[in-house]
Design a protein around this ligand. Structure first.
Ligand code: PBG
Length: 329
């Protein structure tokens, strides 16, 4: 020891000296099992359309979607979440196509369950992809009605459960929907179909690319009377507690990256698994920067996903699910 060596009882750098020691002391690990792979489905056979603002993501016809889901499943990704692109001619203000048993979404669910039997299939319960107003609820004189929307969501969830969905995922932020859906499902004998609640879903600008993918943007107004104010954290706690009391099997925070504090809060108070949705805008930002050569995609994506998990997410919905599963092999 030279004279100039300070006496330090704590030298945290010892734990970072070698790759092996860093691995030994790593607190959080990403695994393919952490991911849910969101997939967009469109009518047709054997074709796909690239989504402009989400490079690497496509709208798939059901047959190709099955292939995509199987590839992810074989790499360890346990679940997919489905979002249908509905033809404009089928949209109306009551979103009636969402309760069509022969519709694109229920047919895709059934096909997936037949072809990839072990896969967990999650379906979105919300009116927007089917609504000519582009809102998640029924619109009357510019107002989004709560209780009449619940009736439609209930019918939608039943169609999805009948088609074979393992979990329905209400993403609409209407009050009371979790309890309502639980009751509707149970009364129909679907006691084993779970509910993943988008509990703290913020009125976020980061959903932009998703709305392009489905052509589902609100035709008038915004979603601020139902989705949450990005400024609020305690309100998220209230929403999560309500959903737990109403019987949610998982609770979700969405978006993820700008809301890591909310994810941590959710983890602290929830006794059910916490999901986080790494949304389309979060994906698009990194993709765009990587295309310009400004960021390394793999590094930025895996660091983001790790951060979401570190914050407390048990389950991560991410468009990188398949790619990340490959990176992690
Ligand atoms: C619709 C829904 C949205 C997303 C998932 N379900 C968009 C919205 O609320 O406008 C966004 C997903 C994403 O941006 O990746 N209920």
């Amino acid at each position: 020891m030279t004279k100039s060596t300070p006496l330090l009882t704590q030298r945290p750098r010892r734990l970072r000296r070698s790759e092996a020691t860093r691995r030994l002391t790593q607190e959080t690990w990403l695994r393919p099992e952490d991911f849910v792979y969101p997939l967009f489905v469109m009518e047709g056979k054997n074709s796909s359309e690239p989504i402009g603002s989400m490079p690497g993501q496509f709208r798939w016809t059901p047959d190709l979607l099955v292939r995509q889901a199987r590839e992810a499943f074989d790499l360890g990704v346990p679940a997919v979440a489905l979002f249908p692109k509905i033809d404009n001619s089928l949209k109306n203000s009551r979103a009636t196509e969402s309760t069509n048993r022969e519709g694109l979404l229920p047919r895709t669910v059934t096909l997936l369950k037949e072809n990839v039997p072990g896969l967990t299939v999650i379906t979105d319960v919300a009116m927007d992809p089917y609504s000519s107003d582009g809102h998640d609820g029924l619109v009357e004189n510019g107002e989004i009605l709560n209780d009449p929307t619940l009736e439609i969501l209930g019918q939608m969830a039943l169609v999805q459960a009948n088609a074979g969905a393992d979990f329905v995922a209400p993403s609409d932020m209407m009050d009371g929907r979790v309890g309502f859906l639980r009751q509707v499902l149970d009364q129909a004998g679907h006691t084993e179909v779970g509910i993943i609640s988008y509990s703290a879903k913020y009125a976020s600008c980061f959903y932009g690319p998703f709305r392009e993918a489905l052509d589902s943007a609100p035709r008038a107004g915004d979603k601020k009377t139902y989705q949450m104010n990005p400024a609020n954290q305690r309100e998220a706690i209230r929403e999560i507690k309500l959903d737990l009391a109403e019987g949610a099997d998982l609770v979700m925070v969405k978006p993820a990256l700008a809301y890591l504090d909310v994810i941590a809060q959710a983890k602290a108070l929830s006794e059910v698994p916490v999901a986080a949705y790494n949304v389309s805008g979060e994906y698009a930002m990194i993709k765009a920067a990587a295309e310009k050569g400004w960021l390394n995609e793999k590094g930025a994506a895996l660091e983001s996903l790790l951060a979401i998990k570190r914050a407390g997410a048990d389950v991560i919905f991410t468009y990188w699910a398949l790619q990340a599963a490959k990176w992690l092999q």
